[in-house]
Each structure stands twice: as structure tokens, then as C-alpha cells.
Design a protein around this ligand. Structure first.
Ligand code: ZN
Length: 253
């Protein structure tokens, strides 16, 4: 609760690495998306968890993200050691630190199983990045929409309405920065606000979902708890939120 109590104001940011601020508020103009971004940062204590990365942690984290994007799978510890120029014990130490920062999730053996926006376990959200042959699973709707811009690649998001299972297909052009096509046209995102267990992947991510229509979002909220906190976002607004959060992650300083 202390993290939530610390708060996070709209427009507030912090240094992620030299020359890069988190989040990038210049990418998010929609009022609902700005409110959702500030609340998401506050509830997960992002500033407290993410600020002050060491250069080695940062290098390793970026290698994890690029590994996921390139292969569609979580990169193995042995691969990461080579990519980040670290010894195996250093990789283990820094992966544990990144897990405590809630930048990634590890399985029981210490291997990476998720790193926002990507997941090794199956989720409803598949993202095809650039010309990569293997789509990669994204942890939530926001992560799915922001992944392309993080890598500077066009992307295709394939998901499903959380109420009826109808396919949701979104194409994002201009190196991940411009929404090119949304089907069905009336699709929306619910950005639920929740954080538990020091891990967004197993808490808030499950409440950031696509719906085929406003009516199906309303029906789902009636069942899930009409008073649960969250924001209704147009796909364009949710894409802005994803860009603001994910573009800084791989931005060079
Ligand atoms: Zn539906």
C-alpha cells in the first residue's frame, strides 16, 4: 500500500537510464489514457521499483526484451550471459534484482518466463512484430499494443473479446506508432487498475483486456464487479498508453 500511497501524478516521470525518462508523456494525449497511465504507475509503485537501474541490470533487461522479440520465446540464462557480457552468476544475481523490480517474472528454476510486454506462457494476446516469423504472447492488451513501438517495428495484434471470444485484430504501422486498422471497428480496451504480490503479470495484467464492443465490456463489468476501478479506453487511447510505457524501455540514452 505504501507504493500506492506514494502516488504518481499525470506528467510526472523519472529517469530510467541517462537521457531517457519513464513514462514518455509526449506520446499520450488522450485524457482517459493519461489518467490510466498515472494510476497504473502509482498502484504498482513503478518509480520506486524501476528508478536506479545499474548499467548491468539495464543491459541484461534490454537483452531479455530483444531476445523475446527475436524468437517469440523467453531467452535462456546461458544465452543472456553472452548477449549482456556477464558471467552466469552475475546473470542470476541481476535477473533476481529485475524480478524484485517487477520488470520480469522467473520460473521455479530461475529462468525468465515473462518480461513486460512479453510472456512465455500462452495469453489471449498474440503480437507479430515486423517480419519475425514467430508471434510472441503479450501479457495484456496495453502490452500488446505498445510492443511494436518499443522495438520500432510495425505490428499485428491478434486477441479476442474477453466477453464473447470474438477475434480482435489490430494492425499498427509507422514503426509501431500509428494505428492502421482495427477490427471490429467498435473494439475497446478495459484498463483495470489492480496490483498484488509485487507482480503485475499475475494481477493487473489480467484486467487489461480487449472487448469487441462497448456492450460486451459493459456486460463483462456487470459480472466482474461494476465498481472495480479501471478506465474504458478507445483502441487509439490504449495504444498511446502502451507507447508511453514501452517506448522508453529500449530507448537509447
Ligand atoms: Zn464480444
Amino acid at each position: 500500500m505504501s507504493a500506492a500511497a506514494a502516488g504518481f501524478a499525470e506528467g510526472e516521470d523519472f529517469p530510467l537510464r541517462p537521457g531517457v525518462r519513464m513514462p514518455d508523456w509526449s506520446l499520450v494525449t488522450d485524457p482517459a489514457a493519461r489518467a490510466a497511465l498515472a494510476e497504473s504507475m502509482a498502484v504498482a509503485g513503478r518509480r520506486e521499483k524501476w528508478a536506479g537501474l545499474s548499467p548491468a541490470e539495464d543491459r541484461l533487461w534490454q537483452a531479455v526484451l530483444r531476445g523475446f522479440a527475436a524468437t517469440g520465446r523467453a531467452p535462456a540464462t546461458a544465452t543472456l550471459a553472452g548477449e549482456a557480457g556477464l558471467s552466469a552468476p552475475e546473470v542470476a544475481e541481476h535477473l533476481a534484482a529485475l524480478r524484485r523490480r517487477d520488470l520480469l517474472v522467473q520460473d521455479a528454476s530461475g529462468e525468465v518466463s515473462a518480461a513486460y510486454p512479453f510472456s512465455a506462457w500462452e495469453t489471449p494476446h498474440r503480437v507479430a512484430l515486423g517480419v519475425a516469423a514467430r508471434p510472441v504472447f503479450a501479457l495484456c492488451a496495453i502490452d500488446a499494443l505498445g510492443a511494436g513501438a518499443m522495438l520500432g517495428l510495425e505490428s499485428r495484434v491478434d486477441s479476442a473479446c474477453a466477453a464473447c471470444g470474438a477475434p480482435i485484430r489490430i494492425r499498427i504501422a509507422a514503426r509501431g506508432r500509428a494505428l492502421a486498422a482495427v477490427a471490429p471497428e467498435g473494439a475497446v480496451v478495459w484498463c483495470g487498475i489492480r496490483y498484488a504480490g509485487g507482480c503485475a503479470a499475475t494481477s493487473g495484467c489480467a484486467l487489461k483486456l480487449f472487448f469487441c464492443s462497448e456492450a460486451h465490456l459493459d456486460a463483462w463489468r456487470q459480472r466482474a464487479g461494476p465498481d472495480a476501478p479501471g478506465h474504458r479506453l478507445a483502441i487509439g487511447a490504449a495504444h498511446q498508453l502502451g507507447m508511453a510505457l514501452f517506448v522508453p524501455m529500449l530507448a537509447p540514452g
